[in-house]
Design a protein around this ligand. Structure first.
Ligand code: PM9
Length: 458
């Protein structure tokens, strides 16, 4: 008999989570303004809001915490992290930051000015926020297949090179400070970018004299998909693939809270010294001195260790297979999801799930609230709320897809939890035709509103 799949770790410490009653959840979600970010964590049974900073650190990471050097300048923890980053990514220069968006803030302070265009594959919301905050524009050049959840395409994070070349051809290079590729592409469903596509982007960038940066939050999951899906990579190690990926970029931003499996942290990786020097000034201004950049020494140690663990094949296989397990359970129930299942989350196609709710009434948010009411499961809306208003017209932007993201924290839940989530959503699916009204806005921030928005049932 073929041996079944089993996790590549065992559990050493547990945290109690509490189930609640539907009446309690009704009260809590109403008090939270129907925004799941506003819930207290103890009001949630299974928390699939994000995989960011929510992973379980290993025994080795915890022991690294004890070895942290908390010197203000020149800490050994900084050099440990610098060596790990050089080893894994190949980038010579690096700046620590407290998280991914801080890396964006520092790097973009150097490179992006008003009126610039930053083409890429469906930029993440904080990235887009930092671009639009500088009165520049994020141009989405993702392949069209990414926006049809029924199409089985192995690299739905890919850039459409024709769309990209059009932007590069029709605008002066002085207005395009970088092409920004997100690995994996969170917005399109945790979907990978193929090595071939990265090479195509690099050669277009070289042709037009533009730099390429990677938003690398989930670079290791991207490498896993390249290894398992792309011709010619089966026999390469994850680290060899990671090296090849980064060899195609001029620099990277990183939210270490994802694939480096730490609770807090980020960094910038760079090849060129001049950009590093300029960014160092902003790093000191916004984050902290260049050898800690908002991170404690112990956290830099845990991150260095996490970079190695996060790029091990067995770990990645366990991780991606759990996400796939949840996806397959939902497919068995007939629930529409982004196909194929992505690296860090299952993206439920709320537009096809709740066909009776008008899109002006925030379809995916409505589904997120229904799932919470059903089982105490917290997902997150990736739809019109997250898309924000157009910065010029101030009208609501309605993205091509209304998605409910069920994001799986790393090494935290078991497949029994996944079954619970699947059945909770299946129960909502059974009564979907009775859900015909959504949510309306009461309060919203001018930018990145989904974090703090308040709503009420329409
Ligand atoms: N991503 C996520 O849940 C956390 C914030 S929203 C709940 O997916 C990419 C691709 C990300 C990302 C964060 C950031 C920002 C940059 N790029 O959260 O600032 O997915 O560390 O990273 C979240 P920080």
């Amino acid at each position: 008999m073929q041996l079944p799949f089993a996790e590549s770790y065992k559990i050493k410490m547990v945290e109690t989570i509490r189930k609640s009653r539907r009446e309690e959840r009704e009260k809590w979600i109403s008090a939270a303004g129907y925004n799941l970010f506003n819930l207290k964590s103890e009001q949630v049974f299974i928390d699939l809001l994000t995989d960011s900073g929510t992973g379980a650190m290993s025994d080795r990471q915890w022991s690294e915490m004890m070895l942290g050097d908390e010197s203000y300048a020149g800490a050994s923890s900084f050099y440990k992290l610098k060596n790990a980053i050089k080893d894994i990514t190949g980038f010579e220069y690096f700046l620590p930051t407290h998280q991914g968006r801080a890396a964006e803030n520092v790097l973009f302070s150097v490179l992006i000015k008003e009126g610039d265009l930053i083409p890429g594959n469906a930029h993440f919301d904080t990235t887009k926020g930092h671009i639009e905050y500088r009165k520049a524009f994020a141009v989405d050049c993702t392949i069209d297949e990414a926006y049809d959840t029924t199409i089985e395409h192995p690299y739905k994070g890919n850039v459409d090179v024709e769309k990209l070349e059009k932007v590069l051809r029709e605008n002066p290079p002085s207005r395009i400070p970088m092409i920004l590729i997100t690995l994996t592409c969170n917005t399109s469903g945790g979907q990978p970018v193929s090595m071939e596509n990265l090479k195509q982007v690099r050669s277009l960038a070289d042709k037009y004299g533009i730099r390429v940066f990677f938003d690398s939050a989930r670079f290791a999951e991207n490498a896993y998909f390249i290894k398992t899906r792309e011709e010619g990579y089966r026999n390469k190690t994850i680290r060899e693939i990671v090296h090849e990926m980064f060899s195609l970029a001029d620099g990277m931003t990183m939210s270490s809270k994802k694939d480096a499996i730490v609770n807090m942290g980020g960094f910038i990786g760079l090849r060129d010294e001049e950009t590093f020097r300029k960014a160092s000034v902003f790093n000191i201004l916004f984050e902290g001195y260049i050898t800690y950049g908002g991170m404690a020494g112990r956290d830099m140690n845990a991150l260095a260790q996490g970079l190695y663990e996060g790029t091990e094949y067995d770990y990645l296989e366990t991780r991606v297979k759990q996400v796939e397990y949840l996806g397959n359970r939902l497919i068995e129930f007939g629930i529409p999801i982004q196909r194929p299942v992505g690296g860090h989350a299952v993206f439920v196609d709320a537009g096809r799930f709740l066909t009776g709710v008008p899109r002006e009434e925030f379809v995916a948010q409505t589904l997120a609230v229904q799932l919470y009411l059903e089982g105490g499961v917290r997902g997150v809306e990736i739809g019109a709320l997250l898309a924000d208003r157009d910065p010029v017209t101030r009208r609501n932007r309605f993205p091509k897809l209304e998605l409910l993201r069920l994001t799986i924290p790393r090494r935290v839940y078991t497949n029994n939890h996944m079954d619970y989530v699947a059945v909770s959503l299946a129960n909502v699916f059974e009564r979907r035709t009775h859900i015909t009204r959504g949510m309306r806005l009461i309060k919203e921030a001018p930018i990145m509103r989904h974090f703090t928005v308040e709503l009420m049932p329409a």
